[in-house]
Design a protein around this ligand. Structure first.
Ligand SMILES: [Zn+2]
Length: 218
């Protein structure tokens, strides 16, 4: 099973990816995680990436591609893998095809977690964090017993600047603009499997399993 998961912030793609990785015993390769790992262990590519990370700049495509290629070359990926957050651009998608072709492999499916803007804004803008202990809340879904106060330590709750509705809407706009070509690419080559991420976590989980079962028997 060689698959990739794509979806905007708030789609719940990461949660699904972790569950699938655990249940189907395939490595969960999150771009953020492997980038951090490469930077920390100081591999040659990691050192190149570090320069961008410390400067607060976006790591360029070719470095991200090299780090993913190094990760996919490890033995645990022979039977399958789950890419989370990669490819993110059309250039990365083409680079992935080339990496896999070298080992006579190809991607089986790209699962796209489609979600409406309103749902994302509702999920993200309701998040609250405790100033003291960092506990997570949601005004609707994981509400504290007393509004604005942490159940665990009594600390005050706050909203991250990134989670404000206007910021969330802007992040979504940028995300959709960046990924439009990528989605078209996978739609055209027949690998795109769209899942409605507006539904509950359980429903999305069931849809994900249905898609993956179909991929596995092919
Ligand atoms: Zn707290």
């Amino acid at each position: 099973m060689k698959v990739a998961f794509l979806g905007p912030p708030g789609a719940g793609k990461g949660t699904q990816a972790q569950a699938v990785s655990r249940e189907r015993k395939v490595p969960h390769i999150s771009t953020g995680d492997i980038l951090r790992e490469a930077v920390q262990t100081g591999t040659p590519t990691g050192l190149k990436a570090r320069a961008y990370v410390t400067a607060g700049k976006l790591v360029p495509d070719e470095i991200v591609v090299d780090i993913v290629a190094e990760r996919l070359a490890r033995p645990d990926c022979k039977q399958g893998f789950l890419l989370d957050g990669f490819p993110r651009t059309l250039g990365q998608a083409k680079a992935l095809d080339a990496i896999l072709a070298k080992s006579s492999m190809r991607l089986d499916a790209m699962l796209y977690y489609a979600v409406s803007d309103d749902v994302v804004v509702d999920r993200i803008s309701g998040r609250r964090l405790c100033k003291s202990c960092g506990a997570n809340y949601h005004v609707k879904y994981i509400a504290p017993r007393k509004s604005g106060v942490c159940d665990r330590c009594g600390g005050g709750l706050y909203q991250r600047a990134d989670d404000k509705p206007e910021t969330v809407k802007e992040r979504l706009r940028v995300y959709r603009e960046q990924t439009a070509e990528l989605i078209d690419y996978y739609r055209a080559n027949g690998l795109l499997k769209e899942i409605s991420a507006d539904n509950s976590v359980e429903a999305v989980r069931a849809d994900t399993n249905r898609v993956l079962d179909a991929v596995a028997v092919r």
